[in-house]
Ligand binder design. Structure first.
Ligand code: ADP
Length: 484
């Protein structure tokens, strides 16, 4: 077991630019807090425009060299980084728990998952494919190759401080792009430690920069305005995604956007109810509900609603809430006061609209940003919780009678990231999967994320895919060479 104080004392707190940890140009710093106590964990350098442009200079300086580094060499560096991250599992896990709040076993799971993007894309780096073909007229030869897009800005969220970084860094580096990461202000420490680990695994200076900032636009705007940057990849809210898409128009940047979700979790009357309850626990309570794939609306067939709700309520009421680093904790605090207030306001609004509280429903008094794991039943369609992302440990249950009504309810949202359906009827599983407008569908499964699968949304949930064989394409441009 790693000791928190010793770990924190060893974590770098500078900006990672050109292979060194450095102070911000103006000497500024900002505090990172423990959401379980409100205490300051560390102060980190606070990047601004000058730092961002220095980092871009260093990325541009090595971009061509990195792009022409043998794919096998890029692959081996990523592979070594995967091994090094796994070796540091306990440190990375504790650090994530300290700065983000999630229970330690969840953080360990994230290290495995997050590291996997380094291994997977080390394997993809040597499999970038082009093609050769002939013009239909027979008059010309067509050679199609893939080239790295160029320097990439990655803006990452706080809910998966490691994995949301590696899911972008892995494919970008594999493709031959340099990367500048702007981690979330709540959780910059994990990314700084990752930079140190990756440098130790042989990543050359300048190829990766990490720019924590208390004011995100102070870093992102000058980078997006600079013609040398060629891509922005973002995971976060739809609101901020739209801002970044607008700002990308100026230099016609490639964009990848993993935005908000409002995942329906549909339980049909023929489902294995115990399996559906297990799935709902994973889809709802994984990461304390702070996941864009989290089941936001549990849409349950009226004939099985009471059985499902009773069983789910018993499981959720039995969860242990506490600091993520304490033994036995299932659910940690929310990441900050703003998130907790948002969860409280969604629950209060639903209750005022007529929802029934089956368990929980309140903020937990005392230090830290805790909220009781909650089940709300009979949630009316007019409640805000049905439309907005909850991002907390709150299960909101509605019901339906006809299959088409469940599909209509599932699709009644501007989002389209993940959806879950529970049924034993294969025809129904395929029929409903086809009709649900989302980028991912879990059938009798409460977790869809998989390094080998394309993760992404439709509608206002985003653009592009991460992971799978598709993930590297986001960092490659297609080039056509015409031959006689
Ligand atoms: P949340 O609301 O869950 O905190 P955000 O979408 O605000 O999610 O944050 C995701 C990431 O986007 C973070 O790294 C954050 O600093 C960054 N961010 C927030 N606002 C902006 C902005 N206006 N421009 C660029 N990045 C931003």
């Amino acid at each position: 077991m790693t000791d928190s104080a010793a770990l924190l004392a060893s974590i770098p707190t500078g900006l990672w630019i050109d292979g060194a940890f450095v102070d911000a140009a103006d000497g500024g710093t900002f505090a990172v807090h423990d959401p379980a106590t409100g205490d300051v964990l560390a102060r980190v350098a606070d990047a601004g425009e000058k730092d961002a442009l220095r980092a871009l200079d260093s990325a541009v300086a090595v971009q061509d060299e990195w792009a022409t580094t043998a794919p096998r060499t890029r692959s081996m560096i990523l592979r070594a980084a995967w091994e090094a991250v796994i070796e540091r599992t306990e440190d990375l896990a504790l650090l994530m728990t300290l700065e983000m709040g999630k229970a330690l076993p969840e953080s360990r799971g994230e290290v495995t998952y997050g590291a996997e993007f380094l291994r997977w894309f080390s394997e993809e780096a040597v499999r970038i494919q082009g093609r050769y073909t002939q013009s239909p007229s027979g008059a010309g030869r067509i050679l199609v190759t893939k080239v790295p897009v160029g320097p990439v800005l990655a803006v990452t969220p706080w809910n998966f401080p490691l994995a949301m970084g590696t899911r972008k860094i892995g494919p970008a580096l594999a493709a031959g792009c340099t990367v500048l990461v702007k981690p979330a202000e709540d959780t910059p420490l994990t990314m700084l430690l990752l930079a140190e680990i990756m440098a130790g695994a042989g990543l050359p200076a300048g190829v990766l920069s990490v720019l924590p900032a208390s004011n995100a636009p102070a870093v992102t705007e000058p980078l997006l305005a600079d013609e040398r940057l060629r891509k922005v990849t973002f995971t976060g809210s739809t609101r901020v995604g739209k801002i970044l898409i607008e700002q990308s128009a100026r230099n016609v940047l490639r964009t990848s956007m993993e935005l908000g979700g409002n995942a329906p979790f549909v339980v049909f009357d023929d489902a294995d109810i115990d399996a559906a309850v297990d799935g709902a626990m994973a889809a709802k309570m994984r990461n304390g509900g702070e996941a864009c794939t989290a089941a936001n609306r549990l849409i349950v067939a009226e004939s099985v609603r009471e059985e499902f709700t009773e069983k789910l309520t018993a499981r959720i009421a039995a969860l242990t809430v506490g600091p993520g680093s304490s033994d036995g904790t299932n659910v940690g605090p929310l990441v900050n006061e703003k998130q907790r207030n948002n969860v409280r306001s969604l629950v209060d609004d639903a209750v005022a609209a007529g929802a029934r509280v089956r368990t929980g429903g309140h903020v937990i008094d005392g230090p830290g940003w805790f909220f009781e794991p909650t089940v709300l039943d009979e949630v009316p369609a007019s409640a805000r919780i049905v439309r907005e992302e909850i991002f907390g440990p709150v299960a909101a249950i509605t019901s339906f009678v006809a299959e088409q009504d469940a599909v209509d309810a599932a699709n009644d949202t501007e989002y389209g990231l993940a959806a879950y359906i529970y049924t034993r009827d294969l025809d129904r599983a395929l029929r409903v999967s086809d009709k649900i407008a989302s980028g991912m569908v879990g059938v009798n499964r409460g977790v869809v994320s998989d390094v080998a699968a394309p993760f992404g949304g439709v509608k206002q949930s985003g653009l592009g895919s991460e992971g799978g064989t598709e993930g590297i394409d986001e960092y490659l441009d297609t080039k056509y060479v015409a031959f006689q």
